[in-house]
Structures are given as C-alpha cells and as structure tokens.
Write a protein that binds this ligand. Structure first.
Ligand code: ATP
Ligand code: MG
Length: 282
C-alpha cells in the first residue's frame, strides 16, 4: 500500500459477523454473515443503502454492542467472537461521530490533549506539546485557544479527528463524519484527512453515502448489500496516492463512479421495494 508505508498495525478481520435486533419482539437482522479483511494502513470506505446495517457493524467493532454470531479480530487479537460476544471499548479503536463530541468548555488544544491526560498515558506537559505539534502539522496553528462554539463546523471535525489520533488508535472508525458539511468544506476535509493519513498510516474504516468521497479517499470501496448487510462488491480504487482533487475529473475516477453506483443503485432499489412491501422490518 503505497500511501501508508510503515503502517504495520490495524489489520481488522471481520468473520461471518451477525447482528440481530429484537426490539419489542420484532426481529431485525441488520448484519448477516458479513466477512471483510481490512488491511493495516488501509482507508476502507463502506457504502450501502440507508438502513442496511453499516452503523451496526461499526458499533460491533467499537464495542458499543455485541454480535450474535461470528468474530472480529484486530491484529490477530479477538475483540469479540465465541464466548466473548461483545468487544471492549478501547483506545485502539476510536469512533468519530457525525455530530461530534468535543467538550464545549475546553479549548481545541485542551480537547485534543484530554484523552491521554485522563488515561494517565502522558504527562500534561507532553500531552500539550504533542497536541500543539499535531495542530501545527495539520495546519491548525493559531486555533489552539479557541472554543468549539467559536470555530466552523469543518474546523471542529478536524479537531475531533486530531483528538481521536492523539490516542494513537490502531483503527479510526468514522461514521459519516462530513455528512452535514457543504461541498467546499468537505473537499478541504478530504485533503486534510488524506494528509493526516499519509503522516500517521492509521487504518480507517469510513462509512459514507457520498460516492465521490468514497472513491476519492479510499484504497477500497466496499458496497454493502441491502439489509442485512454484507459486502456485495469490493472495489479496488487503483488511483495512486497521494491524491488531490484533480483526480475527480480523471477518466478512471468516472469509470469507478459509474461501476460502483450501478451496484449501489441495485441494492438501494432492493431495499426500497422491500421496505414498501414489508414496512421496513425483516
Ligand atoms: N438499537 C436498535 N434497535 C432496533 N433496531 C435497530 C437498532 N439500531 C439499528 N436498528 C435497525 O437495524 C437496521 C440497520 O441499522 P443501521 O443504523 O446499522 O443502518 P445504516 O446502514 O447505518 O443506516 P444509515 O445509512 O441510515 O445510517 C435498521 O433497520 C435499523 O432500524
Ligand atoms: Mg448509519
């Protein structure tokens, strides 16, 4: 993997994962025999119809809920599986949510430094030095003493990702982090995320509904089936890294977009027609 030389950890192995919800007797199979190997240092983009089970899979990786079958391993260590259905929540897998979770009463610098200080993994001084350096590397110098409420939503997203990376996770789990952003801010976020990724080599599991985002960022794009989700097609994005926004107008980008959107539309249509027939519950 050219863009991530040196990354040796963050191999995520999802094997036959099953997730079932049974709210008040109704049975919703969200993930069914889903298997996927994510390589160390990979940006793996997940797309699929709305409600197909993407977040359910991410939540199982993060340890927010258990699996009803199958297993998940990270770098050979079983996170969950037979005899241990729910993964522990740990700093090796950090989630960045769409709505963010910065402390509004702390400055951006304090927010980024917070995790390792609280976990006593770094002294205050080292944490602040590291956080300041990360902000400088990410082009955010000058924003250290601003509060989340005083900065743009794009800047908040970047601070959240730095805060996650401060814990040096093996895997970053992103669930539509840029969904609410305008197109221009999104493009800035994408280039910033790639730059950060080239520096850190952290494995990224990234859920999105934005196909352009998926192709621009990903080493691979995994198209999930309509619920219950499992990979329908895994598309290798053979556009070399490092990438910049110029690739969006390339012929290969358009070919990949056409290929992926055809598969995605097929699944979205299934999900739609089934939803009409069954009222959305399986
Ligand atoms: N806590 C829950 N209890 C019951 N059903 C749930 C729960 N969470 C999710 N579901 C159902 O499981 C299915 C998959 O949901 P999930 O949120 O994983 O899909 P998704 O692919 O992330 O959707 P979206 O693209 O809209 O974010 C949906 O039918 C949803 O209604
Ligand atoms: Mg979701």
């Amino acid at each position: 993997m050219s863009a991530t030389a040196g990354a040796a950890r963050g191999a995520l192995k999802i094997n036959d994962a099953v997730k079932l919800y049974e709210p008040s007797g109704a049975r919703v199979l969200a993930v069914d025999h889903c298997s996927l190997d994510i390589r160390p240092g990979e940006i793996c983009m997940i797309v699929g119809p709305s409600g197909c089970g993407k977040t359910s899979l991410l939540n199982a990786i993060a340890g927010f809920h258990g699996l009803d079958g199958g297993s998940i391993h990270l770098d050979g260590r079983m996170l969950c599986g037979p005899g241990h259905p729910q993964a522990d929540v740990g700093p090796d897998r950090i989630v960045v949510f769409q709505n963010g979770a910065l402390f509004p009463w702390k400055t951006t610098l304090e927010n980024i430094a917070f995790g390792p200080i609280m976990q006593r993994r770094m002294t205050k001084r080292t944490a602040y030095e590291t956080a300041r350096r990360m902000m400088a590397d990410a082009g955010l110098s000058g924003h250290e003493y601003e509060y989340p409420g005083e900065i743009s939503s794009g800047l908040r997203r970047r601070v959240e990702i730095l805060r996650a990376l401060m814990n040096d996770p093996s895997v970053l789990l992103l669930d539509e982090p840029y969904r609410a952003l305008d197109a221009l801010t999104k493009s800035v976020m994408h280039e910033a995320l790639l730059e950060t990724h080239y520096r850190t080599g952290t494995t990224i599991f990234f859920i999105t509904h934005d196909l352009e985002e998926a192709i621009f960022l990903g080493h691979r794009v995994v198209v999930m089936t309509a619920r219950p989700c499992r990979p329908k097609q895994v598309v290798e994005i053979d556009i070399p890294h490092p990438r910049d926004y110029g690739v969006l107008t390339s012929r290969r980008f358009r070919e990949l977009a056409a290929e992926i959107s055809a598969v995605l539309e097929e699944e979205a249509l299934k999900s739609f027609t089934r939803g009409e027939k069954e009222g959305g519950v399986q």
